[in-house]
Design a protein around this ligand. Sequence first.
Ligand code: ZN
Ligand code: ZN
Length: 361
Amino acid sequence: MFDYASRVARLQVLMSERGIDAVLLTAGSDLPYFSGYTAMPLERITALVVPSEGDPTLFVPALEAPRVETGQFEMMPWGETDDVLGSIASRLSGSDAIAVGETMWSSFLLAFQERLADVEWSVATDLTKELRMRKEPDEIDRLRRAAQATDRVLARIPSEVGFVGRTESEIAAEIARMVVEEGHDRSWFTIVASGPDSASPHHETGQRVVQSGDMVVCDFGGTIDGYHSDVTRTFVAGESTDRQREVHSVVDEANRAGRAAIAPGVPCQEVDRAARQVIEEAGYGEYFIHRTGHGIGLEGHEHPYIVEGNDLMLEAGMTFSVEPGIYVPGEFGVRIEDIVACGLDSVDNLNKADRHLIEVG
Ligand code: ZN
Ligand code: ZN
């Protein structure tokens, strides 16, 4: 159980510093972060109004009120025929600057903008990321448990999942099942990209039948107690070639270099540069076509982003992926992804699964 009241209090300090009078959060991951309540993302609005001083109010559809466990906030259940947008707007009246959750539906935002004139609107993420990027020990514990569960799935793949002669979709379904078997509450996504498909980083897993000699990128994750896992290993179906082993070893080295660069005070872009430099020096720079990583927590992708241009300095407790890749169009791709935390003086590897190139029959 997290201390939601203290999170709200810290948000209110930031609001005061930045001149924000109210934060308005609807369905999305900021809402459970500050309230413990995960709303259904439906047309019936659920909204947490956080004033810069005083207690927040949770507007919730009356039929969903029994789902709400938190007793820390004033609850405002609303009925089907109530003008709830009007009620929320009147709660916000007098606010000059309002920050809204980034996943608020545009239909809601437009309705609020119509009702509240002369308000300066901004995105609440500018505030909430400051708290959410810096994980509490209990959050890191959940992320570690999720990462360990994916490590156990990876350890089972070579002996339990046949590759050659099966479709990407069949393999993905087995991996998703093991993600749940190993302790996740649910599977989040599963990418299985084989042969030339593996050169597409976010390949749409499909009916391609895996051939002997294919590279097979397996990228998957789930959630445990709301927190995400996200891991990638690249296997070979059958026997590997010298070229596959060479490219894989470059990516492995880039992954290691990225993780080795992690320490408090290091800018995010330096982690990207450390990984990218290995791939560039090996002559594959043009084939590393994405950033090195993304933050992870209640969302699968969140701040901080490990990308050139991000000079935000890492702090102990920040959690993110390190996932360099090389994608040679028409040929194959390799990606090796781990979730890490920035520790007190170096990297804290949440994923520890074998990073060698493993041949799977
Ligand atoms: Zn991934
Ligand atoms: Zn990722």
